[in-house]
Design a binder for this molecule. Structure first.
Ligand code: LIP
Length: 266
């Protein structure tokens, strides 16, 4: 078996265990532990517990690997492999009891920076519906045992798109202006609240395209590999020196260029 396949298997096992822990904590009741970049950017005690569980399992299995997690930050390893982890992607949904949240785990080689890393393996687990999206580099994208492919074509009514909005209210005007530019391409727009699931749905052909500005590496690391392994295109704009991370666009090949241009991917 390839290294990518072995990393994928480990990611799947840990994502499932972590997702079941997150679901159990949700059923027992969720406490907001703190706010982060903005008052709307919350972290729950479950986020912290789930990330600690993932980190411990990875350290036990592959002690020389690095780690980059949403809640506990970065730790360099010596193996050249770094795990990029969002323990609960869709934290606000999770806190409100909306079941659209996921565990996102990716293994990358090289500098753990989007655009510089080589993504090797991905697992995105959606506990509420027991769906495991996974991929190993060069070995396709899968939902369980079903091979995934992005939309083959965009229907006559237009594209089904998804996006998201930043935690900082100051960013909403620009985000809404971007939606206005993109809507002529769309039959409709979804705002699910988990970037990892949005990207997984592009890979599965459940969405034709996705665009959002402000994502962190852990939001997109696994989902971007799923999209590319499912025959889709994923791109992240250049850093403009602002606090806000660049726009990302993911779509089926037939839609990507038009969506990227309308969304303003520089
Ligand atoms: C979330 C993303 C979502 C975005 C939210 C937030 P988190 O990640 O998955 O797409 O719109 O603002 O960044 O914070 O729940 O891990």
């Amino acid at each position: 078996m390839s290294l990518a396949h072995d990393l994928e298997s480990l990611a799947i096992d840990i994502a499932r265990e972590a997702g079941e822990l997150a679901r159990n904590r949700r059923e027992a009741g969720v406490a907001i532990a703190a706010t982060k970049s903005a008052i709307a950017d919350i972290v729950t005690e479950a986020d912290r517990e789930v990330e600690a569980t993932i980190r411990a399992r990875l350290a036990a299995a592959r002690p020389d690997d690095g780690f980059l997690g949403e809640e506990t930050g970065a730790e360099r390893g010596t193996s050249g492999i770094t795990w990029v982890v969002d323990p609960i992607d869709g934290t606000v949904n999770y806190a409100y009891g909306i079941p659209t949240y996921s565990v996102s785990i990716a293994a990358v080689r090289g500098e753990p920076t989007p655009g510089e890393w080589e993504a090797l393996a991905a697992a995105v687990f959606h506990p509420a519906v027991d769906e495991m999206f996974h991929a190993a580099a060069g070995e396709g994208a899968w939902l369980g045992g079903q091979r995934l492919a992005v939309s083959a074509e965009i229907g006559p009514a237009g594209a089904l798109l998804a996006t998201g909005f930043g935690y900082d209210p100051e960013t909403h005007a620009g985000d809404l202006e971007r939606v206005g530019r993109v809507m002529p391409l769309a039959r409709d727009l979804r705002r699910g609240g988990s970037a990892a699931l949005d990207l997984s749905y592009v890979a599965a052909g459940r969405l034709d395209g996705y665009f959002e500005r402000g994502l962190q590496p852990w939001d997109l690391a696994a989902g971007s590999l799923l999209v590319s392994e499912a025959g889709g295109r994923f791109a992240r704009g250049a850093d403009d020196g602002s606090r806000r991370s660049p726009l990302v666009v993911a779509a089926a090949p037939g839609l990507f260029d038009e969506l990227a241009a309308a969304a303003g991917l520089g």
